[in-house]
Design a protein around this ligand. Structure first.
Ligand code: GTP
Ligand code: MG
Length: 442
């Protein structure tokens, strides 16, 4: 390791991954995927099953083993798949060769988010999460520095309360800005609802195939057609075999038989996220919480045990705030035969009742899913209105065409009859508009 400068970007960062579990065997697959998502090359692996050590997270002997592995593999950093306290980070770092960084699960996730954040909102959310991660650490540093024995703790120089104060002030500024962004988004969503769209959100564990499915469902629609009406709609939803490809939200329109929906793709869920991290992404998850219907996408090519764990994580994240019906989608069916699908359905029937099986990549099952979405959306109301013929009548008729599904339209001498189906809010608005048409002396 001596003499080698660790690089801070590019594909050449070498990492040793390590994890402590309470029982069973430590599984490093997910942390490796997370590491690969920001171009770490995993060059060494280490796990330990034991209870948490207050000073080192692992046993002290294991940390020495970790240090030896770092030297042997010439790694620049260790990535620990646990939530390290500030002192544990410091103590582990003390055992490692100089300049070897200690990264924990959350710092890694934040790094991924930071790299993916493209919009102002996503960047603010990442910064908020970073500051919330930093705050207790700044407090720890301040209190250590006060004890005088370790000025310059963690090599970061002098500390006083002003650091904490600055962090708190910045947190409060970011919250304000995010709140105003959320308000604008809310207004926009209300407008969409008013214009007859149902909101369908794609939720699910990261890498389940949400973005791929979004493209399938929206495949036969032309977004440009209505670009002027919805200038905020983005046309891209990238997918890659990588965790957290999507950060932030992408919305596209999809036309079902009788309904038009807006589909929103969103950030993937991942297990063991601390509450502050989830809260930092609250306004992104808002599109899920406020949807009329949630499609919970699961990678069905994974073993039942993993599917179950991921479903539980998703339900936990959705549980508190979501009121909309949830339709579970078993994706990647092209990797499975009918028998395996039947087994998984049966094994997971409690968590995922009546799932729709699809292959987002091949398009198989997508038509069934469309029908299911149509079935599960809140019912539309039927209405028949008799409109007196005035100068404004035709604009009301065309408004009804834009916002609902017209079944019949007939013209009499001094009136128009329109029978249509629409969301109940639209029906009420149409009634109000019809009432406004009435001649004053009627
Ligand atoms: N075999 C197979 N692969 C699929 C299918 N759907 C998606 N994939 C692959 O799974 C990977 C993840 O797909 P995405 O659509 O990016 O998944 P996501 O849920 O949006 O992931 P994040 O945005 O990272 O949370 C990609 O490599 C896709 O090509 C499918 O039906 N079958
Ligand atoms: Mg995605």
């Amino acid at each position: 390791m001596s003499g080698e400068q660790p690089t801070t970007d590019g594909p050449s960062r070498r990492a040793v991954v390590a994890k402590r579990v309470e029982s069973g065997d430590g599984d490093l697959e997910e942390i490796e995927q997370l590491a690969n998502a920001v171009d770490y090359e995993v060059v060494g692996r280490l796990t330990q099953t034991r209870e948490e050590d207050a000073a080192y997270m692992f046993g002290e002997g294991k940390v020495e083993e970790l240090a030896a592995l770092v030297v042997e593999t010439d790694a620049d950093c260790v990535i620990i798949d646990n939530d390290l306290g500030p002192y544990q980070t410091f103590n582990i770092g003390g055992k490692l060769p100089e300049d070897v960084a200690v990264i924990d699960r959350f710092t890694l996730i934040l790094e991924i988010f930071g790299e993916r954040a493209r919009t102002r909102k996503a960047q603010l959310q990442v910064e908020l999460a970073e500051l919330r991660y930093e705050l207790p650490r700044a407090e720890a540093k301040a209190s250590l520095a006060k004890r005088d024995e370790r000025p310059g703790f963690m090599g970061l120089g002098e500390y006083d309360e002003s650091v904490e104060r600055d962090i708190k002030r910045r947190i409060s500024d970011i919250r304000d800005e995010l709140a105003s962004i959320a308000e604008k988004e809310q207004t926009r969503r209300e407008k969409r609802r008013e214009s007859g769209f149902d909101l369908v959100a794609l939720a699910g564990y990261t890498n389940a195939g949400k973005s791929t499915l979004l493209r399938q469902l929206a495949a036969d629609l032309d977004v440009a057609e209505n670009a002027d009406r919805h200038p905020d709609l983005e046309t891209t939803a990238e997918s890659e075999d990588m965790l957290f490809t999507t950060l932030g939200t992408t919305t596209r329109r999809a036309k079902l038989d009788t309904r038009e929906v807006l589909l929103t793709d969103t950030v993937g869920f991942v297990s063991d996220l601390p509450h502050w991290l989830v809260e930092s992404f609250e306004s992104t998850l808002d599109s899920v919480y406020r949807a009329d219907l949630v499609l919970l996408v699961v990678d069905a090519s994974e073993p039942v045990r993993e599917m179950r764990e991921k479903l539980v994580t998703c339900h936990d994240t959705l549980h508190e705030r979501n009121e909309a019906p949830i339709v579970t989608v078993f994706n990647k069916a092209d990797r499975l035969d009918a028998e395996a699908i039947a087994e998984k359905r049966a094994a997971l029937s409690g968590l995922a009742p009546n799932p729709v099986v699809v292959s987002a990549r091949e398009g198989e099952g997508v038509a069934t899913l469309r029908d299911r979405v149509e079935d599960e959306l809140p019912d539309w109301q039927h209405e028949r209105l008799l409109l007196p013929m005035t100068d404004d009548t035709m604009s009301v008729v065309s408004w009804i065409h834009d916002h609902g599904h017209v079944e019949e339209e007939s013209y009499g001498d001094d009136h128009v009859t329109v029978a249509f189906e629409a969301k109940s809010a639209i029906v009420s608005q149409a009634r109000a508009k019809a009432a406004d048409l009435s001649p004053i002396d009627a």
